[in-house]
Design a protein around this ligand. Structure first.
Ligand code: ZN
Length: 692
């Protein structure tokens, strides 16, 4: 599973910390949307034909756009992705609010979407109910009397809060149902560590003055939340809660493990929990989690399971109960009275993420509706903005890309014949889904009503949990969408072997369902082929055709690949936007090789799509010219110097201008724009890098 750079935020997470970050990211910049929309429609108007393409291709393709787009106030970067995210968010907001205002048939998708939103924005109702919605669950926590009842309660908190994309659970463990690391035939529960209010274990263990201060503020936040919920002695309870969390933090796997998926492949049998991780009454735990009958699990961080279980055995039961009360309130804070939400946004927004504005309730409601009813909103989105014809057109392009890739792989010189065979088999098995799912989630059993924000959220969680449990008895479904189609993004799953490109990322300027296909292949096509490359490069090398964790390159393949790629690193090293700062070829090499492969493959696919017919000339430009111009326009970006320097120093992607300069390695670009040896971007044929 991998999150590609195309993904802004995995949807479906109920983790309020991440949800509010997302909100803040978008909140400040909505004003610019309308003026940008007008420009985007006209790719031609964005170019500056007075610039010689062979001297400055990025400036030629984007000159007008760069001259007229300025950074929105408070932002350090602005580009197509940000523009699309804002535009899409406006559209989604409109659809959700329309559903809330309209009289739609009860039980319909629009009714559920509208009523979820309406309940969330019905603040008077939420205030009037106070903390009453938590009464039952608070009673269950108060009734915990021993290790067994504590274990049973903890089992009820094992719900889906994590997936291959969002690695944090706000309960002690989170579960994700997916195929096994080595077993592509069965879905298994993947168990993750969690339960830390400060989310990162380092924040509890670090002894720096800043970390100590953060913990003091966190403890004050815990006390404030407990006090608001009417619990006496909130300071004492907060002290023991933070102490317990610090002990949980000590059991967390080191952050460095997260980068190594082989370390997460820890198959545990049911009996291993008793043997390896004493403390929790595992029978009681799995019984209440609904997993009593299962024999096989995947434990991503064994140290956390062992450590938390030991703490269940050793810590004071009352300390656990206060910890659980606090996290129960935090988990549902968004549907509880405003005082607790304000306390949360003060702490998480201002203190933890550094001065973000308090989130707007409408934004929170949009996020929550997308999270709880992602595919319901997705249906409304695609009905209006992404037709079945658009999907068919994107599918045809994806098919051309795969055909083109097959040709590239078949001719690769750095792959040994046996590795090439595995690559071709993996390509043949790769599932590419574009636009939206063929089959949407059926929400008919999920009851959503207009005046019950808490109940709606709880029922939605129960709905997904039930669905997850059912999946444990079903075959692996490689076409289950891991992202919302109304979020501009793409996801490479690896396991199963599948890639997803949302309807929202298939929009202008990347893809225009009614527009010029040369531009579509040059922009969206090159982007998709970039992602497909990751399934076969050093990232994808660790998962086979069925998404099983295994290395399929040989050492010889790897060294030959590096030898080829090295040439590109040298080329990138030569780009110096500042007198004192050049790109670091090695740092951006993986992404730049994918850019190069993406462009080569997309160009092959474009030629295939013509089926031997001549290029149409539009606005005086040939298809080839429009293809490359769209590629350069894909990467346009304005950013301030600090942001640009930071990108060069830390990002694995080069700045847009140099991504656009990938064209220098493509023979067809020279032909399309008659680029001559005297032009600044000219590379001799033997200096052009291929790799793929
Ligand atoms: Zn990439």
């Amino acid at each position: 599973m991998s999150q590609s750079e195309e993904v802004s935020m995995a949807s479906g997470s109920t983790n309020r910390f991440f949800a509010s970050l997302w909100t803040c990211l978008l909140a400040g910049s909505l004003l610019l949307v309308n003026c940008i929309l007008v420009r985007v429609e006209a790719a031609k108007g964005d170019a500056n034909p007075s610039v010689r393409p062979g001297d400055d291709f990025y400036g030629y393709a984007n000159g007008e756009w760069l001259a007229h787009v300025s950074l929105p106030a408070g932002q350090h970067t602005y580009d197509n992705r940000i523009m699309m995210a804002e535009k899409t968010r406006d559209r989604v907001r409109g659809l959700i609010q329309e559903s809330a205002a309209a009289h739609v048939p009860s039980g319909s998708v629009a009714q559920k979407v509208g009523d979820y939103y309406a309940s969330f924005t019905n603040e008077a109702d939420i205030e009037a109910k106070g903390f009453a919605p938590l009464t039952d669950e608070m009673g269950r926590i108060s009734a915990i009397a021993n290790r067994s009842t504590l274990s049973a309660y903890l089992g009820t908190t094992l719900i889906r809060e994590v997936d291959g994309l969002t690695a944090n659970s706000d309960h002690v463990f989170g579960v994700w149902v997916n195929q096994g690391f080595e077993d592509a035939d069965h879905n298994l529960p993947h168990l993750w560590q969690g339960g830390l209010g400060l989310t990162e274990s380092g924040r509890y263990l670090d002894s720096s003055p800043q970390a100590v201060e953060l913990r003091v503020k966190y403890q004050a936040h815990v006390a404030a939340v407990l006090r608001l919920a009417g619990l006496a002695d909130s300071d004492t309870r907060a002290t023991s809660t933070v102490r317990l969390e610090s002990r949980i933090a000590r059991a967390f796997a080191p952050d460095s493990d997260a980068a190594d998926v082989f370390k997460q492949n820890n198959p545990w049998k049911r009996e291993d929990f008793n043997r390896k991780a004493p403390g929790i009454d595992w029978d009681a735990y799995f019984q209440s989690a609904g997993l009593a009958k299962l024999s096989s699990f995947l434990v991503w961080q064994p140290s956390a399971v062992i450590g938390v279980s030991a703490l269940v055995g050793s810590e004071d039961i009352e300390a656990w109960k206060d910890y659980l009360r606090f996290h129960l309130i935090e988990h549902y804070a968004q549907v509880l009275p405003k005082a607790v939400r304000t306390e949360g946004s003060n702490f998480y927004g201002e203190i933890l993420s550094g001065g973000a504005e308090a989130p707007d309730r409408v934004d929170e409601a949009i996020d929550a509706t997308n999270g709880a009813l992602g595919e319901a909103v997705g249906q409304l989105y695609t009905e209006r903005y992404f037709s079945a014809d658009a999907k068919r057109r994107a599918q045809a392009m994806a098919r051309d890309l795969v055909t083109a890739y097959r040709g590239r792989i078949a001719n690769l010189t750095w792959m040994s014949p046996s590795t090439r065979e595995k690559a071709l088999a993996k390509l043949a098995a790769l599932e590419i889904d574009v636009g939206y799912p063929d089959t949407w989630i059926d929400y008919s059993t999920l009851k959503i009503v207009p005046n019950d924000a808490f109940g709606n959220m709880k029922r939605a969680e129960g709905f997904y949990h039930k669905r997850d449990l059912a999946k444990l008895n079903q075959p692996v479904n490689p076409v289950e969408w891991p992202l919302n189609v109304q979020v501009p993004g793409a996801v490479i799953m690896f396991s199963p072997n599948a890639e997803f490109f949302s309807a929202a990322i298939l929009q202008p300027p990347y893809f225009d369902a009614e527009g010029d296909s040369a531009s579509n292949y040059g922009s969206a096509g090159a982007g998709m082929a970039h992602e497909i490359t990751h399934s076969f490069d050093e990232l994808g090398n660790i998962y086979d055709a069925r998404g099983r964790l295994r290395l399929w390159w040989s050492d010889e393949d790897r060294s030959r690949f590096h030898r080829e790629a090295e040439k590109l690193a040298v080329q990138l090293d030569g780009y110096c936007p500042f007198a004192d700062l050049c790109l670091k070829g090695k740092q951006v090499l993986g992404e730049s090789v994918a850019d190069l492969a993406g462009l080569l493959v997309a160009h092959d696919a474009y030629v295939l799509s013509l089926k031997g017919k001549a290029h149409v000339v539009i606005d005086g430009l040939t298809g080839e010219q429009r293809f490359f111009r769209a590629f350069a326009q894909r990467w346009r970006r304005v950013q301030n110097e600090t942001a640009l320097r930071k990108q060069i120093t830390t990002d694995t992607h080069p700045p847009g201008e140099y991504r656009s300069d990938t064209v220098r390695n493509i023979d067809a670009w020279y032909k399309a724009f008659k680029v001559a040896p005297t032009d600044k971007l000219y590379l001799k044929p033997d200096a052009r890098v291929r790799v793929w």
